[in-house]
Design a protein around this ligand. Structure first.
Ligand SMILES: [Zn+2]
Length: 186
């Protein structure tokens, strides 16, 4: 740091020395190789449409469909990597198995709208699935909009609609059913 006294005592022609520490370049740290935990996997192809492939921040592989997000207790930032790097950096993590699960989920998602939806007496489309009664209905408070329901015994839940169409409400219902820690499974 500059010494204030140097400035107070400054005389034209005298020299102020800048201490070396203030101009030193900080040493660049490298992220650790091991000890990471995978906290999320994203399937860029989940909805079946074209997608821009992801890039692995570790090895540069740039044709990724699945992005594994990793955290490390000694590193301030998350890293987004491919399956092979994720499995190596997170000891015991089965990246390939997780991708297979998500691929199967994407296939089930693509077939969700063409399942055998039936029509209730009120005219709403529904499915009975693993003891649950699921369906979509026009939202009376928002004309032209839709929402979904899940009922099993005393358990009853509605979606966070309104949604713009019945198909959209059905897809949101699927996502609710298949998100981790949700009750029934589609
Ligand atoms: Zn990689």
């Amino acid at each position: 740091m500059f010494d204030l006294q140097d400035w107070i005592n400054y005389q034209p022609g005298s020299q102020i020395v800048v201490p070396e520490a203030s101009i030193a370049v900080p040493v660049e740290r490298q992220p650790p190789d091991l000890g990471w935990t995978c906290i999320d996997v994203e399937d860029l192809g989940a909805d079946g449409s074209d997608y821009i492939p992801g890039v692995c921040e570790k090895c540069g592989n740039d044709v990724l469909r699945f992005l594994h997000t990793l955290e490390h207790p000694d590193w301030p930032e998350q890293m987004v990597v491919g399956c092979i790097c994720a499995s190596r950096m997170c000891e015991g993590y089965d990246g390939r198995g997780r991708e297979t699960e998500l691929k199967n989920l994407a296939i089930r998602r693509s077939r969700w709208l063409t399942r055998n939806w039936r029509e209730s007496r009120k005219g709403n489309e529904f499915l009975n699935l693993k003891g649950y009664n699921l369906g979509v209905f026009p939202d009376s408070r928002h004309p032209g909009k839709w929402n979904w329901w899940i009922i099993k015994g005393n358990y009853k839940r509605y979606g966070d609609g309104p949604y713009p169409s019945s198909d959209y409400a059905k897809m949101r219902l699927f996502d609710y059913l298949t998100k981790p820690a949700s009750t029934p499974s589609a």
